[in-house]
Design a protein around this ligand. Structure first.
Ligand SMILES: Cc1ncc(COP(=O)(O)O)c(C=O)c1O
Length: 383
C-alpha cells in the first residue's frame, strides 16, 4: 500500500472532522416527499428538492415501470453509438416543445451538463463571468476550461457591468434560482448588458424549471424572457421533475456544436430509457397540474408570513435560507429539530461561504399548512 498517499488522505479527513465539517450520507428507509423514515423514525422532511412532489407520483412510477418493460433497464451505449432510443428522442422533443427552443441534448446529471456547457462553449480567448454564489458544478467547469475566470458580486448588475467593461470576450453565467439562497437575478437587466457587450448569457435553471413561470417553464419564462434571448439553458430532472438526469437547451447551432464537441455528452452512457419515460410523464404532469405549483407557492407565502420575524434570506422561492453563522450552531439546531421530528440538515462550508452555515429549508407541494406551522413553532423554540 502506498503509505504516504494514505497518510495524506487520513490527515485531510481528520482535519475535516476537527473542523466539524465531516459529512455522512443519510440512508432513507422510506420517502414520500413530505415524510422520511431514518433509522426507524419518521420525520417531516424540509430539505429535499422534490418541489412538486413528483418523485413518488403514481403516474411517474408507472411510466418508469412501463419504460423498463418496453425499452430495457439501460441504454446500452453512448448516445452517438447505440444509447439513443426512441424515448430519448421523445424526451428531447417534449423539452423543446415545452421550453420553446430549437434543440435539446440530454445528460446523465446536471453536474455533467454544466461541465459540457462551459467547457465546450468557451475557448482560450473568452472570459467566463460568473456570479459569486455559482454552484460548484459551474465553478469547477470554469476552473477546468481554457477561458479566463472572473466573478461578480451576487446578483449585482452594476458589478457585472464593471467586469464586462474590463474583460475580453465575456460569457456570462448565472442561475435562475440560486441553490443555497433561493433568490433570482434580474435577467432582463443582465440581458441588456450582455447585448451591449455582445456577451452570451448562459443559464442554470436547476431550481427554476418546473416551479416558475407558465406551465413551469422556468425562470426566464417567469420574467417574461423568451428562451431564444439566452444563449442556452441547462436544468436537471432531479429537482422539481422528481427523477434524475439533465439537459442543455438552445438554438440548433449551439446544441449541434455541443453534440459534436461536448465530451461529457459523447463519451458517456446515455440515460436509462425507463428514466426518460418517467421524466416524460413528469413533464406532462408538471405542465398540466398547475395545482402543484399553486400549492407550492401558497406554502411559500404561508411560510414567509408566519416566519416574518425570523432572519430569513430574501427569497420568494421554495428555497428559504436561515443563516446561523457557525457550523456548530447550524448542526446543533438541526439536531434539536431532529429530536422534534423535523428533518432539516445543516448546510456548512464549503457548500456555503465561511461563517454562513445555515438551515436550507425547502418547501414542497406535499407540505400541508399544519406542517409549515409546526416547523415554525419548533424552529422558534429551538432558536
Ligand atoms: C444550481 C445547480 N446546478 C447543477 C446541479 C447539479 O445537478 P445534478 O444534481 O443533476 O448533478 C445542482 C444540484 O445538485 C444545482 O443545484
Amino acid at each position: 500500500m502506498p503509505q504516504a498517499k494514505l497518510a495524506q488522505l487520513s490527515q485531510a479527513l481528520e482535519l475535516r472532522r476537527a473542523q466539524q465539517l465531516l459529512r455522512t450520507p443519510v440512508t432513507l428507509e422510506r420517502y414520500n416527499g413530505r415524510l422520511v423514515v431514518v433509522a426507524g423514525t419518521s420525520y417531516l422532511n424540509f430539505c429535499g428538492n422534490d418541489y412538486l412532489s413528483l418523485a413518488t407520483a403514481p403516474p411517474v412510477l408507472q411510466a418508469y415501470a412501463d419504460g423498463a418493460a418496453q425499452f430495457g433497464a439501460g441504454s446500452s451505449g453512448s448516445p452517438l453509438v447505440t444509447g439513443q432510443h426512441a424515448v430519448h428522442q421523445q424526451l428531447s422533443d417534449s423539452l423543446a416543445d415545452w421550453l420553446g427552443v430549437e434543440r435539446v441534448l440530454l445528460f446523465s446529471s446536471g453536474f455533467a451538463a454544466n461541465q459540457a456547457m462551459l467547457l465546450t462553449l468557451s475557448s482560450k480567448n473568452d472570459t467566463l463571468v460568473l456570479d459569486k454564489l455559482s454552484h460548484a458544478s459551474i465553478i469547477d467547469a470554469a476552473l477546468h476550461s481554457e477561458a479566463s475566470l472572473k466573478r461578480f458580486a451576487h446578483n449585482d448588475v452594476a458589478a457585472l457591468q464593471n467586469l464586462l467593461s474590463q474583460v475580453s470576450q465575456p460569457m456570462v453565467v448565472t442561475e435562475g434560482v440560486f441553490s443555497m439562497d433561493g433568490d433570482s437575478p434580474d435577467l432582463a437587466a443582465m440581458l441588456t448588458l450582455c447585448r451591449r457587450y455582445d456577451a452570451p448569457l448562459l443559464l442554470d435553471d436547476a431550481h427554476g424549471l418546473g416551479v416558475l413561470g407558465p406551465e413551469g417553464r422556468g425562470t426566464a419564462a417567469a420574467q417574461g424572457i423568451a428562451q431564444s434571448e439566452l444563449f442556452c439553458t441547462m436544468a436537471n430532472f432531479g429537482k422539481a421533475l422528481g427523477t434524475g438526469g439533465a439537459f442543455i437547451a438552445g438554438s440548433k447551432t449551439v446544441i449541434d456544436y455541443i453534440e459534436q464537441f461536448g465530451r461529457h455528452y459523447i463519451y458517456s452512457t446515455a440515460l436509462p430509457p425507463p428514466l426518460c419515460a418517467a421524466v416524460l410523464k413528469s413533464i406532462e404532469l408538471c405542465r398540466s397540474d398547475s395545482w402543484r405549483r399553486d400549492k407550492l407557492h401558497s406554502n411559500i407565502t404561508l411560510f414567509r408570513r408566519l416566519g416574518a420575524d425570523l432572519p430569513l434570506l430574501n427569497s420568494q422561492s421554495a428555497i428559504q435560507g436561515l443563516v446561523l453563522g457557525s457550523s456548530e450552531r447550524a448542526v446543533a439546531v438541526s439536531n434539536q429539530l431532529k429530536q422534534r421530528g423535523i428533518w432539516l440538515s445543516a448546510i456548512r462550508p464549503p457548500t456555503v461561504p465561511q461563517s454562513s452555515a445555515r438551515l436550507r429549508i425547502t418547501l414542497s407541494a406535499a407540505h400541508t399548512a399544519e406542517d409549515i406551522t409546526l416547523l415554525l413553532q419548533q424552529l422558534r423554540q429551538v432558536l
